[in-house]
Design a protein around this ligand. Sequence first.
Ligand code: GH3
Ligand code: MG
Length: 315
Amino acid sequence: MNGTVLRSEYLVLIVDDEQFNRMQLRLFIEKEGYQTAEAQNGREALTVVQQLHPDIVLLDAMMPDMDGFECCAQLQSLDCSKYTPVLMITGLEDQESVDRAFAAGAIDYVTKPIHWAVLRQRVKRLIQQSQLQQEQESVNQELKRLATIDGLTQIANRRKFEEYFSQEWRRMAREQKPLSLILCDVDCFKAYNDTYGHRAGDRCLQKVAKAIQSAARRSVDLVARYGGEEFAVVLPNTNAKGATQVAQAMRLAVRMLAIPHSNSQASFYVTLSVGVGTTIPVPGSDFEEMIVAVDRALYQAKLTGRDRVVINHSN
Ligand code: GH3
Ligand code: MG
């Protein structure tokens, strides 16, 4: 916690049905350098939390309309206040109330009459903790994102592809809807590297990835780098006709980049060979077979001259 500097603009929401209590709290909290907002009961507090996103909520336990326990429980279910610490202020010192406060999701409590020095430390500490927790969470999310992204092309990597394909395989099996898979491979890419150099090869792959990505238009479509110069595309809820259109659009998008390739056997430009397949997955079946089948179609595209789309009809 050392080194965490408290911003001066932290917002403290004070919730109490007694105007005098609110005023007393507000004067103290503002003197400590925080900004404040107020609510008179639990219901109002929920609204203010969603509008202003306070950094901490000081919540009176006993209030008419919606009491602190109920309000606290509801705050936990709001996405926007997941990390907002709730400090219960309660005149009730009995065991049951303390238990209820924690059960409802309060992170700590202080009792009335308020011990101001204690309140000051708790507010400071709870804000620091929640800031750290949020930072940690965003670091975790970034790490998770990085683990699924291909460094060179910035699209999904093979790991993400396998995770997503397996998930959509099961979903389409449940819903008995068609799932399509496209495998694309850059033609004569070894010759491209040999002719223009590995760095130019890398830049070429980046452009090709972008072009393929631009042809996958639905939010549920996933384009991934499957291997060196091979890309895999998952198209949930897409029939064979749709998938073939997408596959052709990908092939064309790469061709339209018009990246010169003087040593290609297929064209004067960088081109793609594409295999495509569609199936309604059988519940409980394995997706490996489909990858093999579509890979076979891709191989056919290579054999029959490259720069083309071949459809697998085995399904
Ligand atoms: P085909 O048309 O039959 O697919 O021939 P190809 O030359 O594309 O296929 P091959 O598998 O023989 O060669 C693939 C080449 O792709 C070899 C490899 O060095 C290159 N490659 C794979 N990953 C990368 C990469 O990240 N950057 C660069 N620059 N080249 C890569
Ligand atoms: Mg290739």
